[in-house]
Design a protein around this ligand. Structure first.
Ligand code: BTN
Length: 246
């Protein structure tokens, strides 16, 4: 990984630490990893459970030369990178639920939070936050998450995973895919994402600011939105939001 890796013990959220560094001019590729987060954040204002020593809690500073409308592509890229690294290092058959939740055994194993900062109408920097539940046991999860969350330890049959090795593999994949993305655009990422997706070909329910609809997930569009086909055969896309697979 070409950037500096800053290791911290306990932080509220690595997102905030990475933002501070980015505001102070940290170059692209700067990464922050923490042993524990006391205020880990998920998408849609949710909390992210980040117990000490059990996961990879990391945020990266990116400075892509992109219009804001294409930043969802970066989230998909990060999902592909983590999914590849997990499969390689642990053999756990993780899959991607649109846009970028990683599931194993039908439960969540990793979440990605991409936050963008704007300056003079353009993109200033992005912070890509990656949370991987590596060595959590069932008991490490609070009761309300036990049905929705799992870990590589649980899905791998109780074998602990070397967090350092996995983090290195994630960063190596990210570097490779990010450079490929800059040179070749979104198409290779899109193909990889589609091959790793557990969403495509499924009937899904989509919640967007415009409301709730039910349709078949059929692919990604050029921006990284999810293409849907409704019962009348019409194709639409959603660029952000949340889906339930039904
Ligand atoms: C989600 O699925 O809702 C996204 C979860 C993102 C969690 C990671 S852990 C590292 C970084 N710091 C945070 O506070 N959140 C992200």
């Amino acid at each position: 990984w070409p950037g500096e890796i800053v290791r911290m013990d306990s932080v509220a959220s690595t997102q905030e630490e990475a933002k501070k560094l980015a505001e102070n001019g940290a170059p692209e590729g700067t990464a922050i990893m923490a042993e524990e987060q006391t205020g880990g954040r998920g998408r849609m204002g949710r909390k992210w459970h980040s117990p000490r020593g059990k996961g990879i809690w990391m945020s990266l500073v990116l400075r892509p030369n992109l219009p804001l409308s294409l930043t969802p592509q970066l989230t998909l890229l990060a999902g592909v990178a983590v999914c590849t690294a997990i499969r390689e290092v642990t053999g756990v058959p993780a899959g991607i639920k649109w846009p970028n939740d990683l599931l194993a055994g039908g439960r969540k194993i990793c979440g990605i939070l991409l936050e963008s900062s704007l300056r003079e109408g353009g993109l200033h920097y992005c912070i890509a936050g990656i949370g991987i539940a590596v060595n959590l046991t069932r008991e490490d999860y609070p009761a309300e998450l036990q049905e929705v969350g799992t870990s590589l330890l649980i899905e791998g049959g109780g074998i602990p995973v070397d967090r350092t090795r996995l983090a290195e593999a994630v960063l190596a994949e990210l570097e490779y895919l990010y450079l490929q993305y800059i040179e070749q655009g979104f198409r290779p990422i899109r193909e990889l994402w589609e091959s790793m997706s557990v969403t495509l070909g499924r009937q899904v329910c989509v919640n967007t600011p415009q409301g709730r609809t039910e349709a078949m997930a059929v692919g990604l569009d050029d921006n990284g939105g999810l293409r849907l086909r409704n019962s009348a055969g019409e194709i639409t896309s959603v660029l952000s939001g949340e889906i339930e697979m039904i």
